[in-house]
Unconditional design. Structure first.
Length: 217
């Protein structure tokens, strides 16, 4: 059984002691469960920033549900995890409940998210140069995207995606890159949320079944 390591207070970030990175990860997850809207404050954070594999799973499921316009609480999160066969792996309902109980509010989520991110970047020092470079580049690319909205192809290439227009559309057709949408008869663009998902896991990304790519500009 997984246990929380500390109890977090609701004081201002400037007064907070520096928590252990695992505590900060727990605080981020608990804050998101308390206030789904607080995700918009930490859109730069992604699952790869979490050191604990179970926290990565939890973060991924929370993001998936919020981006799917599902209100995330203990019930919906546990159902999502259970459907994927991951509920027991992350500690079960008891651990999910502890995440909420130990975070009185979402007020300090930015403080904790920054700790999680900075710790992840420091950990890159122990990785191979190639792994470290990829992780740092990933954080930089995600930071270039707006928190919400759409981006045109000219904004994606070459600033965000490292391939040509022809390759982009081949990947869209193969469902290995997010499908764009038609904003108007003459305007095709990409929702930034699935683009962020692709950046976090380009090799494992698959567009949802039934997604209809818009016509090429």
């Amino acid at each position: 059984m997984r246990d929380l390591q500390s109890t977090h207070t609701g004081v201002a970030p400037t007064e907070l002691p520096e928590p252990h990175p695992n505590d900060a990860e727990q605080a981020v997850l608990g804050a998101l469960l308390l206030d789904n809207g607080s995700l918009q404050k930490i859109r730069y954070l992604h699952a790869l920033h979490f050191c604990d594999p179970c926290h990565r799973i939890l973060f991924e499921h929370i993001i998936k549900l919020i981006d799917g316009s599902v209100v995330v609480d203990l019930v919906t999160l546990s159902e999502s995890l259970n459907s994927a066969g991951k509920l027991a792996e992350v500690g079960g309902m008891e651990y999910l409940g502890q995440l909420i109980e130990n975070v009185p509010s979402s007020a300090n989520i930015c403080h904790y998210a920054q700790i999680v991110r900075e710790h992840a970047l420091r950990q890159n020092i122990a990785k191979t140069p190639k792994q470290a470079e990829r992780s740092i580049r990933l954080s930089d690319l995600i930071g270039r995207l707006p928190e919400v909205g759409y981006v045109r192809q000219s904004q994606l290439i070459p600033a965000i995606v490292p391939f040509s227009s022809a390759t982009l559309w081949r990947k869209v057709k193969a469902s290995t890159f997010p499908a764009p949408v038609k904003l108007s008869p003459r305007t095709t663009a990409w929702d930034v949320i699935p683009v962020r998902r692709w950046l976090a896991n380009p090799d494992g990304f698959r567009s949802p079944k039934g997604a209809e790519p818009a016509s090429r500009e």
